[in-house]
Design a protein around this ligand. Structure first.
Ligand code: HEC
Ligand code: HEC
Length: 70
């Protein structure tokens, strides 16, 4: 019986964690002339890479696969 309760608790935790993660608001990639033709993530770094004119701020999530979120 203990095992089932533990298992049930685990099943409930997973969606709860996913929900909390989904609360973070992502600004979508703008649909403008600058962004519309971009198909490769490396191109993003030309402007949003560290040290470039539109570098992301320090709180930006560290991952570099832009299209996963934007
Ligand atoms: C040619 C330069 C350039 C490239 C390449 C580029 N961007 Fe941008 N991006 C800009 C500029 C300029 C802005 C507007 C900056 C601002 O208002 O702070 C912007 C704004 C954004 C914003 C919204 C920022 C906000 O505060 O609303 C996101 C998200 C974004 N870009 C993501 C991307 C992603 C993802 C890529 C790669 C697919 C990319 N950009 C490639 C120049 C570029
Ligand atoms: C893990 C998810 C995630 C990934 C991957 C990601 N971003 Fe973001 N991005 C966010 C979130 C969340 C915000 C809003 C953060 C905030 O409010 O400061 C954001 C904000 C931005 C902004 C506007 C705010 C700022 O920091 O200037 C730009 C530009 C941007 N992202 C570009 C990119 C580019 C380019 C890449 C790929 C190199 C990328 N992002 C990858 C989640 C992500």
């Amino acid at each position: 019986m203990k095992k089932q309760i533990l298992y049930f608790a685990l099943i409930c935790t997973v969606p709860a964690i996913l929900y909390i993660l989904s609360l973070e608001k992502v600004i979508p990639t703008p649909v403008d002339e600058t962004h519309i033709g971009i198909t490769e993530e490396v191109q993003c770094f030309d402007c949003h890479g560290a040290g470039e004119d539109y570098a992301r701020n320090k709180e930006h999530p560290p991952k570099d696969q832009c299209f996963k979120c934007h």
